[in-house]
Design a protein around this ligand. Structure first.
Ligand code: SF4
Ligand code: SF4
Length: 570
């Protein structure tokens, strides 16, 4: 068994060192010593947690920078540093000013509210302001990152680390993630050198990964201790395990739904609670994704009456177990980014479900017809507690999370590691959209055909495991209009009302602009926002199966790739 305390110490030391190292990119121009340090790093490319939010891809980019000489001299880097971070020789608004105040104040200038907040935080820790000649303001990115290293160091000296971990998480959310993603987008767009564009990707993916890891450590009592025991059993044996599990967890899996009126079973497969293996639909892809388990279609967020407002809290003492395929586990990472690491705030309504969630992997024996997960890099996942290989009555199991050891320990020991689909019939090629060709991409004729084909039903968004938009609606008590509740309800960017604003203006009136918006979101915007190599679409193909007009989203992506190629040769 792994010594959790020591694991946590090593992890904290690694995190601290990375904050210090990454802060150096921005504190002053790169010099020979810093380049040497970067080139000599032993990069932990195979660590599982690095896959989160694209940090692994950023590390690979760093390795490639030194492996294939980028041809950038120290002078090039110094010129780019001055241009990008100090705005030297630049018109206003075309640099990436590395201060929180610039990104969070309405005037977009330094020494605003965020800066004064940061000064107070440093003062409370007894950190003296720098009064030297080269003084940089306290909310400079390098100082905020060094402060994270300070907090981690402080936590390492405490016997109980939890309060420090909470403090670190709060600082990341309030003072790094609230501006860093936007700052890093500006760096990627304004820097001339690969060195600083790469630095932006490294920092933005690292901080988001760190927020994710902290969240997991704080909320997961087991702290990610890995078991690694594997077993085999028959369905009746697994049914007994499920019965035990259900005492502590609500167990969800794909299951045929019943018609609400007749009570008869339909052929629609959705995620519902199950009692036995025979209820699970394993030979067919679920029509709806598991997202509805932790992000309900309609959720009351608070109720109100004459006396005030009462926020809805999740009170179910049971945890949640969801059986999911690799693409859907990858989709969960996208949802985590959107709800937990976007703009510095965690969505409390999502978080209360997410904190209780444990994922059980369903191994895919082969690809379904409309999947293109391999093209999207979502055919594999290691982010699960227990993996299952179902083969009729024979079931193989790998338990990774010790929280579940007790449930499976009496089954017959076996040798099992899940395998993943390596090829799909459907393949997509992601178009190379940039800031420079985006206007032309928007003007492409290809979008127009959707005005004839798409009926704006929104079905594609409903089944998509990564669509997360919602609307809020107030429902008033029929007898007392001062009582009621506010619900958030799934919305869809393919519905005309989605882009309706106050005054009645509809920004995207026709399916062509809606489809363009959705496509850009799935294969460009998310990646531009969160970096790394991941796109929002995980290639599950559900939207293709769902569309009543037979619109194939893989065709949309491939056609767009061809059209973008043509733009390039013009
Ligand atoms: S294939 Fe369609 S449903 Fe699946 S993730 Fe991509 S856009 Fe969403
Ligand atoms: S499911 Fe098809 S018809 Fe309906 S909004 Fe999506 S693309 Fe349009």
């Amino acid at each position: 068994m792994i010594d959790y305390k020591n694991e946590l110490k090593t992890l904290s030391n690694n995190r601290k060192n990375l904050y210090i190292l990454l802060a150096r990119f921005f504190s002053k121009e790169a010099d020979e010593e810093f380049l040497k340090e970067l080139a000599g790093l032993k990069l932990p490319l195979d660590r599982k947690e690095n896959e989160i939010v694209g940090f692994k891809a950023a590390l690979e980019r760093l390795a490639a920078y030194f492996e294939y000489d980028a041809g950038e001299s120290l002078e090039d880097l110094a010129v780019d540093y001055a241009k990008t971070f100090l705005g030297a020789g630049q018109a206003q608004g075309v640099a990436a000013m590395p201060y929180e105040s610039v990104y969070t104040s309405s005037k977009k200038i330094v020494m605003q509210e965020a800066w004064s907040d940061i000064c107070d935080i440093y003062a409370a820790k007894g950190i003296e302001p720098d009064s030297g000649e080269d003084k940089i303001l306290e909310d400079h990115i390098s100082l905020e990152m060094n402060f994270m290293a300070y907090l981690i160091e402080e936590g390492l000296e405490m016997t109980e680390m939890l309060p420090s971990l909470e403090e670190q998480k709060k600082f990341i959310n309030k003072h790094l993630l609230n501006w860093l993603p936007s700052f890093c987008i500006d760096v990627r767009e304004n820097a001339d050198t690969e060195f600083y564009r790469m630095a932006a990707e490294l920092v933005s993916s690292f901080v988001r990964m760190d927020a994710y890891i902290l969240d997991r450590i704080i909320n997961d009592k087991s702290g990610g201790i890995v078991s690694g025991a594997s077993y085999k059993c028959k369905t009746d044996e697994l049914d007994k395990v499920l019965a035990e599990l259900k005492k502590s967890y609500r167990v969800y899996a794909p299951k045929f739904t019943k018609d609400a009126e007749t009570g008869e079973e339909t052929d629609i497969v959705r995620y519902q609670e199950v009692d036995s293996v025979s209820e699970m639909v394993l030979d067919k892809q679920s029509d709806f994704s598991p997202k509805e388990v932790i992000y309900p279609i309609s959720q009351t967020i608070f109720s109100f009456d004459e006396n005030g407002v009462k926020e809805t809290t999740y009170k179910d003492p049971k945890g949640i177990v969801v059986f999911a395929r690799a693409c859907d586990i990858n989709a969960l990472k996208r949802m985590d980014n959107i709800f937990l690491s976007n703009g510095g705030w965690s969505d409390v309504y999502y978080k209360q479900y997410r904190d209780r969630l444990k994922v059980f992997l369903i191994e895919c024996k082969e690809s379904f017809d409309k999947c293109y997960c391999v093209s999207m890099g979502t055919n594999k996942s290691e982010d699960y507690s227990v993996a299952f290989g179902f083969n009729g009555d024979d079931i193989k199991i790998l338990v990774k999370d010790v929280d579940f050891d007790n449930f499976f320990k009496d089954l017959t020991k076996a040798d099992y590691t899940p395998s993943f689909v390596e090829e799909n019939k459907l393949k997509v090629r992601i178009p190379s959209i940039t800031k420079d060709n985006m206007k032309d991409v928007f003007a492409l004729d290809m979008w127009k055909k959707y005005n004839d084909e798409c009926i704006s039903c929104g079905g594609c968004n409903t089944v998509c495991p990564t669509c997360t938009c919602f609307d809020t609606k107030d429902y008033l008590n029929q007898e007392n209009s001062r009582r009621g509740e506010r619900r958030r309800i799934w919305s869809s960017c393919m519905l005309p009302d989605y882009s309706k604003t106050a005054g009645g203006n509809v920004a995207r009136k026709q399916p062509d602009t809606m489809m363009r918006f959705k496509t850009m979101h799935k294969i460009y915007d998310y990646n531009a926002r969160f970096g790394g190599s991941e796109h929002m679409c995980v290639g599950c193909g559900r939207c293709i199966n769902r569309c009543p007009e037979d619109i194939d989203f893989s065709n949309t992506i491939n056609t767009l790739a061809e059209e973008v190629d043509k733009l390039e040769v013009k």
